[in-house]
Ligand binder design. Structure first.
Ligand code: FAD
Length: 343
């Protein structure tokens, strides 16, 4: 694989890593975890140099010589279309070859899954997707996260990719970020001026954009202790079963007051139907305090649609995504409800 030139820095501690990020910010520096997203990003400037050029196409019948990305009609895949995110990524100076990569692999405190004394779950940012997928603790009590991990990429990608990388990447379809929002995950960010926590729902700001500062590292994600009579699930709808980004992803977490009682709390998160993963707040307004039945679940699913902001792209049309948000939200709420009542 041809990559641009860079030096790899290997800090031994988190403060050292943050100091390296701060020191080299002007020269260009990126964090390296599993590298499954980063290496693709680093190749973008090289790919851009080799984008074929058009000498006549439906968009430029006069034979204007331009990058073929510009030849796509403006209503085509927004990833590829003029001004779309692939184009933006190719031209984005942040993707220009960084002089340094700061590798996190020596930072032991970023690894592993741990149940804390207060019942919360701490997952280190460097924990691999495979470790999450295979953790009995996660599968049992934070099921939506295990579902998301099991659906990500392929075994090879899951073995290298990390939870921190999937979340920090801030992609709207990220398969562990969507359940992390439904499960009310809290992200710990370390920087040169200290530590702060950010709710997972407030972290992404747009495709590839987040609230993280240039000298900050995502070190861990904390999930609240599971409530009695609660459960969760995630479903990824995609054009293929593996190695595919989702067309729609829905994660549901539901807690009842008692097994046949009213809804204590509910969180539904939607992936790939907006510029960021979305917490569908309207669902809570429909269900909270009520004993859910089929009619109410249908209403809640319709409410989720109101929070989605889908677009047309090659994975699915906006109208199709809307229908799938409604169908999957209803299906997952029903599944989770049945699981809680059957426990
Ligand atoms: C073939 C293939 C298939 C894929 N399929 C899927 C899929 O189905 N679903 C899906 O969601 N993703 C998919 N991905 C994307 C990718 O595998 C995941 O996003 C993965 O979890 C990224 O983790 P990583 O450790 O490899 O991140 P890296 O590539 O190392 O980093 C990703 C980004 O996050 C930053 N970063 C990494 N760790 C931290 C940290 N701790 N703190 C701050 N910033 C950090 C890096 O600087 C970089 O910008 C796929 C990728 C490939 C190559």
């Amino acid at each position: 694989m041809i990559l641009p030139r860079f030096d790899v820095l290997v800090p031994q501690t988190v403060p050292e890593a943050c100091a390296m990020l701060a020191k080299h910010a002007d020269e260009g520096v990126r964090i390296l975890a599993g590298g499954t997203d980063l290496l693709v990003d680093l190749r973008r400037p090289i790919v851009a140099q080799h984008v074929p050029r058009c000498d006549g196409c439906p968009t430029h019948p006069e034979g204007k010589v331009v990058s073929t990305i510009e030849c796509l009609p403006s209503d085509s895949d927004p990833l590829m279309a003029p001004g779309g995110s692939l184009r933006a990524a190719l031209e984005d100076p942040r993707h220009a070859s960084p002089a340094y990569l700061v590798s996190l692999h020596k930072l032991k405190e970023l690894k592993g899954i741990e149940r804390l004394a207060d019942g919360k779950l701490r997952v280190g940012a460097l924990t691999t997707i495979t470790e999450i997928e295979r953790s009995p603790e996660v599968r049992q009590n934070w099921t939506a996260l295990a579902d998301g991990a099991a659906d990500l990429g392929s075994p090879l990608v899951r073995n290298r990719g990390t939870l921190g990388g999937n979340i920090a990447n801030a992609r709207p379809a990220a398969d562990t970020a969507v359940p992390t929002i439904a499960l009310d995950g809290e992200l710990t960010l370390h920087g040169t001026s200290g530590t702060r926590t950010v709710a997972a729902k407030d972290f992404p700001r747009g495709p590839g954009l987040s609230v993280i500062k240039p000298d900050e590292i995502l070190t861990s994600v904390h999930f609240p202790s599971p409530l009695p009579h609660s459960d969760s699930a995630y479903y990824k709808l995609a054009n293929r079963k593996a190695l595919e980004i989702s067309t729609v992803g829905v994660a549901v977490w539901l807690a009842l007051e008692e097994s046949n009682g009213p809804v204590k709390d509910v969180r539904v998160a939607l992936g790939a139907v907006g510029p960021t993963p979305i917490l569908a707040e309207s669902v809570r307004e429909v269900l909270e305090g009520k004993v859910p039945d089929e009619k109410m679940i249908k209403q809640a699913a319709k409410a989720a649609v109101g929070d989605a902001r889908p677009i047309d792209d090659h994975r699915g049309a906006a109208w199709y995504r809307v229908q799938m948000v409604e169908l999957l939200t209803a299906r997952l709420l029903t599944t989770v409800l049945e699981r809680i009542r059957g426990k």
